[in-house]
Structure formats: C-alpha cells, structure tokens
Ligand binder design. Structure first.
Ligand code: BGC
Length: 351
C-alpha cells in the first residue's frame, strides 16, 4: 500500500506571495510546493517539504531539472505564460473545495485575481487555509476559510448554508477536493477504494447538488454573468487514460466524467453550465515522485509532448476561463490541460 504523499525527511522552501501571482508562471525561481497527506497542503511563510528517505539532501530545483532535460534533448527553452488575469469574475461568489494547497489553492487565487469573492474549503490544516485566505484577500476579494469534509452530506449542506448567509449566494463551484491512495489491485483494501471514491466522486456529487439547488432558486443575475451558475469539476487525464496501480483513482475520475456530463445535460435548460478541467501531470506534492529527480523527470517527459510539467497556475487560468462568460457556450466539456498527455505520445515513434 503506498500513499503517494507520505514522505520522510524535511526541507524548508521560501513562499510566493499573492502579489507575484500574475507572473507566477514566469517566476522560475519560485518554489511553491509543500505537502502532506490527501488533497494538498499549506503555503506558510516557510514551507515544510518532506522528501523520501532515500533522496540526497541537495535536490535539484524544478527549473534545473527542466532546463537540463531540454538541453539533453536539444529542445527549445520552455517559456511560461505571463499574461495577467483580467477581472472577468467581478461580483461573483465562488467556492473551491480542497483549496488549501496545490491545484485548489492556485484555482482559488486565480478566481480571486479575476475579481471573485471566494470560500476556501479545507478538511485539515486550518493554518494552510488561513494562509490562502490572506493571500487571496490581497487581491481585494472577500474571502474566508470553511472546514468541511466533502464526503459528509451534513457538513456540505452547512457549508453552503453559511456561504449563502455570508455572501448571499454562489455563482461558481469548483469541485476540486481529491486524493490518491495507490496500490496494486491485489493489495488495495476496500477502505482505500471506498475512501478515494467517497472524496473524489461522492464529494463532487454532494457539492454539485447543493450548488444547483441555489442556482435554480436564484436564477440568472445578468449583472454578473449570462449563466445562472457554473460548476467546474476537477477531473484528470485519467478520466480517459487507464492507470495501473491506481484503479480507485482512475475509476473515480471516469465517474466524474459521466457524472459531470449527465448533470450538464440535465441542468442546461436552466442556464447552468457544467464542465471539467482534466489536468495532466501538474507539479504538486501529490505526484512529486514523478518529477522530483532527473530520472523521474526524463521518464515523465516521455508522456508529455509539450515537454514541460504543468504548473498549478495553468489550471487556475483554465478555471477562470471556464467560470467566465468568455466560455458561455462551453457546456458538458472535459477540457484537457495536459501538455498533450492524452495524445498517445507512445505513437510518436511507434505504431
Ligand atoms: C494525478 C497525478 C498524475 C497525473 C498524470 C493526475 O490526475 O493526480 O498524480 O501525475 O494525473 O498521470
């Protein structure tokens, strides 16, 4: 049984501030990961990063790994997006689940940058959630953190009730909370199967249902959006790519795909838009083993035609677009943000 986010040793890394966010992807020197178990973890003044026990103390930075790989392969330098996020979500109220680190944190900050007020949902590590709240508030947004386990119906309902009391309503739900508990099929316990399905799939169902109830009750607010509400499900390339050793995770994401599309079909006439973002390999603690060494990075790049790992900001930008009226006619879509991982890269030379 392997929990991909459990590590042994600890190092400290510097924190990136909200002020840096619009150029976050261009700040090649910033190290912004952290970890612990399950969804993701905090961004404190100094980040505690635990490394596998076997790893040497001086690890190469992600930028070093990327540059060396591109040099080795004689490929062009990776230039990161620098365009600022526009205030396309001004006046809208958003809830992001699992928002105290990794992709959820980046999405919450991107929405705040785009002008939304944001609820930062988390289940553990309140100090991490508070750090995200502080950072998002620097964008001028109203923000607060709310602890709720998305597997629990009563906690989800209480979270929506509080949000409606505090913000008046909800316009954007980002179903982000998710985790991995990896094991070979013969070693996977029922508890680990169930846990992943409960968080990754049932959690998205419970939150979507509450959001839709409120969207229908309230209807369209023309002054903020053409739609009565938007739901963005965090799926994965593994909603279509089978993943040996991760059957619970892949099954949960395959489930998210048809849950999302079925809800989309049902609620479309009410002008409620429902879509998914499907990240590929994004540099977060959840998959550090896949990018933390030269060897791992080289192996990973065999799966990514665009030849760079994804950054949480790549997902944040996609979420802002899906939440905004710029994507008003996009509905029931799985948007792959994966550097081409779903293009069957093995066929570049084979077949
Ligand atoms: C998983 C990552 C993995 C990526 C590509 C994501 O959904 O959470 O651990 O690196 O898919 O395989």
């Amino acid at each position: 049984m392997k929990d991909r986010t459990s590590f042994g040793r600890t190092i400290l890394l510097a924190k990136k501030t909200c002020k840096d966010f619009p150029n976050a992807s261009t700040n090649q020197n910033t190290k912004r990961w952290l970890l612990n178990k399950t969804e993701s973890e905090p961004m404190n003044q100094t980040l505690e990063v635990k490394l596998p026990p076997s790893r040497p103390m001086s690890i190469p930075s992600h930028e070093d790994l990327m540059r060396q790989h591109l040099r080795d392969e004689n490929l062009p330098e990776a230039v990161m997006p620098a365009c600022p996020i526009n205030k396309v979500l001004r006046g809208q109220k958003a809830l992001v689940t699992g928002a105290n680190s990794g992709i959820g944190q980046a999405v919450a900050l991107a929405l705040a940058h785009a002008g939304a007020d944001v609820v930062i949902n988390y289940v553990s590590r309140p100090e991490a959630a508070e750090a995200v709240v502080k950072e998002a508030m620097r964008c001028g947004a109203s923000v607060y953190a709310h602890q709720a386990d998305v597997r629990k119906e009563d906690q989800v309902q209480a979270m929506f009730k509080k949000m409606i009391q505090e913000f008046g309503t909800i316009d954007i739900l980002v179903n982000n909370a998710g985790l991995q508990k990896d094991a070979r099929i013969e070693d996977m316990t029922l508890a680990d199967w169930q846990f992943v399905l409960d968080v990754n799939l049932t959690g998205q169902f419970l939150c979507s249902r509450e959001a839709i109830r409120e969207f229908k009750r309230r209807g369209i607010r023309k002054e903020v959006s053409c739609a009565a509400g938007k739901i963005i499900c965090m799926s994965s390339v593994h909603e279509v790519i089978p993943w040996a050793g991760h059957v619970n995770y892949a099954a949960s994401k395959g489930g998210v795909m048809l849950m999302m599309k079925s809800i989309a079909q049902e609620v479309a006439p009410h002008r409620i838009r429902v879509n998914s973002v499907c990240p590929g390999a994004v540099r977060t603690p959840i998959n550090m083993e896949a990018w933390g060494t030269h060897e791992a990075y080289r192996e990973l790049m065999k799966l990514i035609p665009y030849k760079r790992i994804g950054e949480p900001d790549d997902i944040g930008r996609a979420a802002v677009w899906l939440a905004s009226d710029d994507s008003d006619y996009v509905h029931g879509a799985s948007i792959f943000v994966d550097g081409g991982m779903t293009l069957y890269p093995g066929f570049e030379t084979g077949g």
